[in-house]
Design a protein around this ligand. Sequence first.
Ligand SMILES: [Cu+2]
Length: 236
Amino acid sequence: MKNLLLTTAALFTLTTAAMAGGAHNQSHDDDHTGERKTIGSPASAGQETRTVEVAMFETDDGHMLFEPRSLDIKKGEIVLFNIVNKGELEHEFVLDTVGKNQEHKASMAKMPEMEHDDPNSVRLEAGETDQIVWNFTNGGTFEFACLIPGHYESGMHGDVLVADKLPTYTKGLIKRVTKKGKVTVKHGALVDLGMSAMTMVFRVADDEMLGMLSEGKEIEFLADRVKGKLTITKIK
Ligand SMILES: [Cu+2]
């Protein structure tokens, strides 16, 4: 999964990055690939071309999550995020490159009381809501995350794919799940792979995804060939 995303990201980082919002412009625009890229720039309410509702919450089994778990955004879209903290703890929503989130997370670990006030992030007490409006001017794979110590590790992060052409999700019904990480899915046409509707065995990207799958569940998914095996890489 990670490798696949990094490859995808590399394809889209050819554009020279515009200035990002946020207070860290001068210092660390480079991510670990050494290329300059940013997630885009702030915009104002009213300019949005799409609205996305984001919920933050804790689960009974000790996870902390965002809903949706990931996002696909068309390059050039201006997105208004309506963010609500449905949990009992304080949470944040920080939209940035994976590299910058890692840096930011490291400084938060040293100084947990540190609070940012950047246009690409909000920090909300239980029950609070707020908005971010963001212009996704650059293609790539970015991230939203909560960087309060321990929260990222508990599940509070998701991929943001920004691309000219978004992948086509396929609907499927799970017929069988094996412990070895294979799932049998009765699915519609896999448009991007040029395959018609049928029932087929797939690998899954990781254990986290395997845990989300069960017999009889209906999913919308992306699949690709990973190391020669048809693999479910993403679930909506
Ligand atoms: Cu959090």
